[in-house]
Write a protein that binds this ligand. Structure first.
Ligand SMILES: [Mn+2]
Length: 255
């Protein structure tokens, strides 16, 4: 599912000359303020940006598209209203919401991106990722990821009653939080070798990702050429987005 040199035509819309990237909102019913901020972004977005890219972990947890709690319904409705008004929204799975499937996409009008998606952004090739697979020192997590991304296990999981799925998801969440607290800071960050490897594989000099919750522009040299890795911020207390303009101007904005 990796586009090496073929770009999706849908990516090349240039009406407003500005594109927004967000990730790691971790939407959860215990934080209606964050959901509210997201709804406001969606309301304003349709009249000002060419596209909105959500690079994973939109939700704190997602146990299947059939989970019909009012909080989820409200977010789905907000996304649907935005896409119906003409806002193009792309979604990529994160490590929390990788079970988002066709039903959600159909209900919201969001378009699913692959885990490594190369786009042409105002004539600049850019690679988009969630970022979890860049943290190659976190071997325990990558092992667990293999299981959670296994289609057979996912199918089995989705056959379980919602109440049981919720219990399992909570257990995994607690384990994951313990792991994050115990692991050292550099294990939880990306490794430069993997960043370089994946950027070379896709022949790009720009990479945008989330996951680490460390918003920053990282400039470095890749094959003797200037390269940049842009890390999106999480939405713990404020909203966070990257605004990329057609002129080449890029800004990480807290709001
Ligand atoms: Mn993540």
């Amino acid at each position: 599912m990796i586009n090496l040199n073929l770009y999706n035509k849908q990516h090349v819309i240039k009406k407003y000359q500005r594109t927004i990237f967000i990730s790691d909102l971790h939407l959860d019913e215990t934080r209606p303020d964050i959901a509210q901020r997201f709804s406001e972004l969606l309301k304003n977005g349709d009249s000002s940006v060419d596209a909105l890219y959500i690079l994973g972990d939109l939700f704190e947890v997602w146990i299947g598209d059939d989970d019909d709690t009012p909080f989820y319904r409200q977010i789905i409705q907000a996304l649907k209203s935005a896409t119906e008004k003409g806002l193009t929204i792309y979604f990529m799975h994160g490590n929390r919401d990788f079970l988002i499937g066709q039903k959600f996409l159909h209900a919201t009008g969001c378009q699913l991106l692959s885990d490594e998606e190369k786009i042409l952004l105002y004539n600049t090739p850019v690679l988009l990722m969630h970022g979890d697979t860049l943290c190659t020192l976190d071997i325990a997590y990558l092992k667990a990821r293999k299981k959670t991304r296994n289609h057979f296990l996912q199918t089995l999981f989705l056959l379980l009653p919602i109440t049981i799925r919720k219990k399992i998801a909570n257990k995994i969440r607690v384990k994951s939080m313990q792991h994050t607290q115990l692991a050292s800071a550099d294990i939880m960050d990306v490794t430069q070798a993997e960043v370089a490897r994946v950027m070379q594989k896709h022949d790009v000099h720009y990479l945008i990702h989330g996951h680490t919750h460390r918003p920053m522009f990282h400039d470095f040299s890749l094959n003797h050429t200037k390269a940049q890795r842009i890390v999106l911020g999480a939405w713990h207390n404020k909203g966070n987005m990257l605004v990329w303009e057609a002129t080449g101007k890029k800004e990480l904005i807290e709001f």
